[in-house]
Design a protein around this ligand. Structure first.
Ligand code: AMP
Length: 249
């Protein structure tokens, strides 16, 4: 069974993002970019399926600028077999990514596509669902446990107030949640080995996909700064301030 794992290059989770002065976009100049954390979890899960003898090949794919090759190499250093970069300088929106992935699925014929539940830059939480719809495949989103047996995936999903376990026929789309696993670190020998693994580069036009943006961002703004707090002498003072100053009771 082949598993396709889409990985997005995003602003590193530890970086405090800044909005450009004109409010048009997040400023990514001189900012550390890394693999989307949920995609690290997907790669880890796919590699574990391979180690368990369930998957035969793990193919990672990234859509974006040339530097996404680094993200693919990182995924290959933690166990993916090969990578595909759909290279473009155009800013990709979730529908465009889903269409590119659909074209690659048609070509690669994986039995399972394992995506992150959301990219931490746009927080869209859309690509997996859109891809499943375009393919007409079942989807299991927000997975916190995945097992594959007899042509089916059994997926435990994190839902409000608990867990839900569902069974989907393969081929299927699964999106991964935080508690599914803890991704491994790439070792130096594996980083070196990953440099030799195959990495194909294709253009969106070669996949026959129109990636023109459909949405335009009108404005981005940072959250309002928190006002300074104030000290209260005792409970009575607190109640008085809540009533007369904050006017919340
Ligand atoms: P989103 O719907 O944008 O929050 O992204 C959900 C998931 O789709 C991510 O965790 C990735 O697995 C995948 N994805 C989104 N954008 C890209 C991209 N440019 N290249 C590869 N995979 C992507």
């Amino acid at each position: 069974m082949k598993v396709l794992v889409p990985v997005k290059r995003v602003v590193d989770a530890n970086v405090r993002v800044r909005v450009k002065a004109d409010g048009s976009a997040v400023d990514i100049a001189n900012v550390k970019l890394s693999m989307n954390p949920f995609d690290e979890i997907s790669v880890e899960e796919a590699v574990r399926l391979k180690e368990a003898g369930v998957a035969s090949e793990v193919v990672v794919v990234s859509c974006g600028v040339q530097a996404c090759q680094e993200t693919l190499r990182t995924a290959m250093a933690t166990g993916a077999d090969r990578g595909i970069l759909v290279e473009t300088d155009v800013e990709l929106q979730p529908l465009a990514v889903a269409k590119l992935l659909k074209a690659l699925v048609d070509k690669e014929q994986p039995q399972l596509v394992m995506l992150g539940k959301q990219a931490i830059d746009d927080d869209a939480n859309q690509v997996g669902q859109m891809l499943a719809a375009l393919l007409g495949w079942p989807q299991a989103t927000f997975a916190s446990k995945v097992s594959v047996e007899a042509g089916k995936a059994i997926v435990t999903r994190e839902i409000d107030g608990g867990l839900e376990t569902i069974e989907v026929d393969l081929p299927a789309v699964v999106t991964t949640d935080l508690r599914l696993n803890t991704p491994r670190y790439a070792t130096l020998p594996n980083i070196m080995k990953a440099k030799k693994k195959p990495l194909d580069v294709v253009a969106p036009a070669a996949l026959g996909v129109d990636i023109a943006p459909r949405l335009s961002t009108l404005n981005l703004a940072e959250p309002a700064k928190r006002a300074a707090g104030m000290r209260v002498a005792d409970a009575a003072d607190l109640v008085a301030k809540l009533k007369n100053v904050a006017r919340v009771i």
